[in-house]
Design a protein around this ligand. Sequence first.
Ligand SMILES: [Zn+2]
Length: 212
Amino acid sequence: MTLNRRRPTPENASLRFLVEDLLDVVDAPESAIRAMQQEAATVLLPGATQALSRQQRRLIALPPAEFQELRRFLLDQLRSVALPQMLPPGIERIHDVKLRLNLQLRANAGPGGVPIVDGSVRDVLWFYVAHLVSRAGTSKLTLCPAPRSQREAAADAAFCGRLFVRRGTAKEFCSPTCRARVATQRARHKGATASVRPKRPIANAHRKGGHK
Ligand SMILES: [Zn+2]
């Protein structure tokens, strides 16, 4: 029974792949995009143990540019799924999703009890993504509340706003970078308001050509 040993990817791992890999859309070499297509097909779409399903093959066969477009489309959709009450002030971009899907559903369930649907590549992928997100719970998705650095904030929004998967109930940030920035800003803020005696003198310390 070696063929059946491959277990379906656990829900949380699939959700993390979806949000943190697939929807982290960046320009990449074609080979990297192709690899992402392959992974998206096997992680998010139902397939057989021995061979790829029709749905998986069609996603893999998509031209890379169209696949990138599909990723951006999915990101927009899921940003609107993240709960509005959990958003930091200043982050908008929340809109009602009204999406008409054209799918055919087969009566018999596929592997793992997942329904088998057919339709356009976009609609099929969106169906399984929505299925995954509703099983995992939309409360797991949120947008990063970390303020941006001043330079970034001047160029764009004041907050990071990146979609990420929450782990546990603590207030969290999308990346170690955002967490570190928040910690630094808090420490600086505390230093400015509470500390009478700074740890090192700030004045003149970094001034070039100061007194010798
Ligand atoms: Zn962030």
